[in-house]
Design a protein around this ligand. Structure first.
Ligand code: FE
Ligand code: FE
Ligand code: FE
Length: 163
């Protein structure tokens, strides 16, 4: 079980590293100023999350390893396709939120599971750190939903399609 937790943590560590590389491109690609800010905010949170995971590996006395999260590779690839799409900026913004929320949901699943394992193993400091990160991922997801519903999707809907 402990090995499984370490593997899960190494996977999400790779995921966070990939997100740190991808988010600046999403900041650039976003047209809506609030969306830009939301991505920028989460970039700085993600950098902190990676540092928190370094602390977790230290607490557990294991290395972050060199494993690559293939799911995040795919999700980042899809977000790149969205960035490179031609189209109205309002619609691209809605698509960027869709990509970002897929990423957040992957992270929520990862931290949700890892946190339960840590608790079961009596790693209470680790559990606390993972819960903090999980909360940030959930908050980000909620913020993106709110931004979509309040602004971005409405602006996207207002764009006339080419007939
Ligand atoms: Fe994260
Ligand atoms: Fe993975
Ligand atoms: Fe995240």
């Amino acid at each position: 079980m402990r090995d499984l937790l370490v593997e899960q943590l190494q996977d999400v560590y790779s995921a966070e590293s990939q997100i740190i590389k991808a988010l600046p491109k999403m900041v650039k690609a976003a047209s809506n100023e609030q969306l830009k800010q939301a991505f920028a905010k989460h970039l700085s949170e993600t950098q902190t999350q990676k540092e928190k995971l370094d602390k977790v590996f230290e607490l557990m006395n294991v290395s972050p390893g060199r494993h690559k999260c293939k799911a995040m590779e795919g999700l980042v690839e899809e977000s790149k396709e969205m960035i490179e799409q031609e189209g109205e900026p309002e619609v691209i913004d809605a698509g960027l939120i869709a990509s970002a929320q897929r990423i957040e949901h992957y992270e929520i699943a990862a931290y949700g599971t890892a946190r339960v394992y840590a608790k079961q193993l009596g790693e209470m400091k680790v559990e606390k750190i993972l819960s903090e990160i999980l909360q940030q991922e959930k908050d980000t997801d909620v913020a993106l939903t709110e931004l979509a519903l309040s602004t971005v999707n409405i602006e996207a809907e207002g764009v006339e399609g080419e007939e």
